[in-house]
Design a protein around this ligand. Sequence first.
Ligand SMILES: *Cc1c(COP(=O)(O)O)cnc(C)c1O
Length: 367
Amino acid sequence: MLEVPEYIKNLKPYQPGKPIEELKRELGLKEVIKLASNENPYGCSLFVKKAIEQEVLNINRYPDGGAYYLREELSRFLEISPDEIVFGNGSNEVIEMIAKVFLREGDEALAFEGSFVVYKLATVATGATFKEVPLECDFSRKLENLLSDITEKTKVIFIDNPCNPTGFANKKEEFDEFIKELPDHVLLVLDEAYFEYAKGHGVPDGLNYIHPINPNIPQKNIIVLRTFSKVYGLAGLRIGYGIARKEIIQLLEKIRQPFNTNHLAQVGAREALKDQKFVQYSVQQNEKGKEQLYEGLERLGIHFIPTFANFIMFKVKDGETVFKELLKKGIIVRPAFGFENWLRVSIGTEYENEKFLQALKEVNGVC
Ligand SMILES: *Cc1c(COP(=O)(O)O)cnc(C)c1O
């Protein structure tokens, strides 16, 4: 018999959604609008497409395992040292690397209730315990509630800021206070997948905690996660990264697979980074789409949580039915896992948002 620990047996495999083409065929739909995964509805920079077309010729070669050029360019862009970055096959892989290095049976990881699901998956797969700290009744989060749950066993704290799926974010002042109190045996994972969207709205820039310039803020163990999957529009290429002090990065590098990020992803990320106009455009459009959806949801009398990101969580009477009925109309949203009868919609183009609101209007009258 193959012996497997209970904590592996108890894991449930991730349930992927159906491919769009399959859904069209099955439901006999001409058009399907996917607002399910917080992807950039404007695609990606044209420079990325051009560069990838050219570089397809080189995919017989293994990628550059050290991501030399991307590392150089990103470190200049972020004004940090090249050895303070670790790349992953999506930032999801960096989360896994963190769990592998810092967690084992007997250890604990802490996160807020309803955080990004991957934290739990990565933690539990190591045999460590995943402990969830409750939210306030309006789904906001008090960072000090994390502090009071820290024990000697706590090795890692995961915070997605903004949070996926609620869209809530804690402010810079709250983080400043929280960081001061963080014990030295804990690694804080500050996941800023939606940083570009949230920037300028009072949220912290996690990089300022890695080497704090402010004398009131001590240096603590922190790794910031960012990704090319969201505003940069490269979700299908799978590339993200972590930024931390060199000592922390070196630990992660020990267990990183040699060729974890592929050649086209590295090339795409370099071009995407150069095209900050595209990023700006995407963020501006997202602000407009946010207003459009806020107004539309208000008109329908649907309760939603104001968002710091490119998605909105909203409440319906019967989440499962509304989800399914929207699907029949060719609109894919997501159940907000952990929040019964709440759904999450990604902010799309003006046209997509309108289609979504129209479909929701029709469905919401029924269920
Ligand atoms: C989308 C998302 C990510 C990005 O994952 P990738 O693996 O980089 O695609 C990370 N964290 C959160 C909270 C997210 O919502």
